[in-house]
Write a protein that binds this ligand. Structure first.
Ligand code: DP6
Length: 369
């Protein structure tokens, strides 16, 4: 068997009498993230085709509590928010099954999950990144408590990055505040395809306080599930050139973040966003995810930057637009957003967020803050 970051748990067997499962509750709050350099395409299962780099959000979070008990209606995950048919259940059950192979004690438990997002559904904020990372932290914390493994918080977070990747690739980057890097690359020491690493220490402080205003162009669920979207990279006509481009963009994004070169970061981030959509459009059975208001917002943002306003955009696999700007320019940029961009949004919806600090452990229940 290969050694993985979860090895410590594999070595600790559940011993009846020594360990107890009765009524354990753990809770974690974990943020979403927005990629500057995109993860698009997979290799060898759940590994990224290219390295990616993201900014961890602050306000867009998921708070999850897992309640574990022995016996009960059946082993495994029985409900999410009291619902035995909750839409999150299949993805969570799949991740739990994978983690149970590595941490058998998780098979001994009956689990009930209570989870809530701080942000409205279908706003273009990736709820799988925050939801899966929060759930993974809960499962690992639970195993740590039951088995008395003594895993320290830093190591727990590293393990959670490794394991949450199996639930959703982008979730592995949500474990770290500031900026997180996922994918093996000579550019970042210790980087790996199997987990994300924090790179905030390399980044200029002004870049760690960037703001992100999310323009909700459409509140309708996006038409392309990302797992299906990644598949579109298999046999894609631009497969090889995408690998070259992503690695080059990564080098430039890291240079820009270290040197506080806002123009350079803007240029790389926008190139990545438009490339993501170009790849989606030109895939077999390609889809067009932008709406007319997406294109209008993008052009408006570029014109404003040309006129000296420090802002740039990025896009996820959907119609909504993330507007990034330095916190020092909040007043002017937010004025511009209100005047020029907000009218393009569905019901004028803009969600104001910014770079955040990563996951937080909750005390006992969702009612704690
Ligand atoms: C466009 O992490 O949602 O947001 O690994 O299949 O769950 P799975 O995909 P997911 O893909 C995210 C794609 C993206 C870009 C990014 O976040 O890097």
């Amino acid at each position: 068997m290969t050694v993985t970051p979860l090895q410590k748990f594999r070595n600790s067997a559940f011993v009846e009498g020594l360990h107890t499962i009765a009524d354990q509750t753990v809770g974690w709050q974990s943020p979403s993230n927005i990629a500057i350099v995109k993860y698009w395409g997979k290799k060898n299962g759940q590994f990224p085709l290219t390295p990616s780099l993201s900014l961890t959000l602050s306000r867009a979070t998921t708070r999850t509590t897992v309640h574990a008990f022995r016996g009960g209606p059946g082993k495994g995950l029985v409900s999410v928010n009291g619902d035995a048919n909750h839409p999150f259940l299949p993805k969570m059950t799949q991740l739990l099954a994978w983690m149970s192979e590595e941490i058998p004690v998780l098979q001994e438990t009956t689990l009930e999950v209570v989870t809530e997002n701080s942000f409205p559904h279908s706003t273009g904020i990736a709820s799988s990144a925050s939801g899966i990372s929060a759930f993974t932290l809960c499962l690992l914390d639970l195993a740590n408590t039951i088995l008395g493994t003594g895993v320290e918080p830093g190591e727990l977070v590293h393990m959670a990055s490794f394991a949450s990747r199996m639930g959703s690739g982008s979730a592995c980057r949500s474990l770290y505040g500031g900026y997180a890097f996922w994918g093996e690359s000579p550019l970042v020491t210790g980087s790996s395809d199997a987990f994300a690493v924090p790179v905030t220490g390399l980044v200029h402080p002004d870049m760690v306080s960037l703001k992100d205003a999310i323009l909700v162009i459409s509140g309708k669920p996006k038409s392309l599930p990302s797992t299906l979207g990644h598949k579109g990279m298999e046999g894609h006509p631009f497969y090889s050139s995408r690998i070259v481009q992503a690695n080059k963009n990564m080098e430039e994004a890291l240079q820009a973040l270290c040197a506080n070169d806002f123009e350079k970061l803007a240029s790389v981030a926008e190139n990545e966003a438009l490339t993501l959509h170009a790849l989606i459009m030109s895939a077999n059975h390609g889809t067009l995810l932008m709406k007319p208001a997406t294109v209008e917002a993008v052009q408006c943002i570029r014109d404003a930057r040309r006129n000296g306003l420090p802002l740039f955009f990025t896009l996820d696999a959907g119609a909504n637009v993330h507007v990034l700007y330095p916190s020092g320019a909040s007043r002017e940029v937010e004025q511009f957003i209100g005047d020029a961009l907000q009218p393009l949004c569905e019901e004028g919806r803009v969600i104001f967020d910014g770079c955040g600090n990563g996951p937080v452990k909750l005390n006992e229940s969702l009612s704690d803050s």
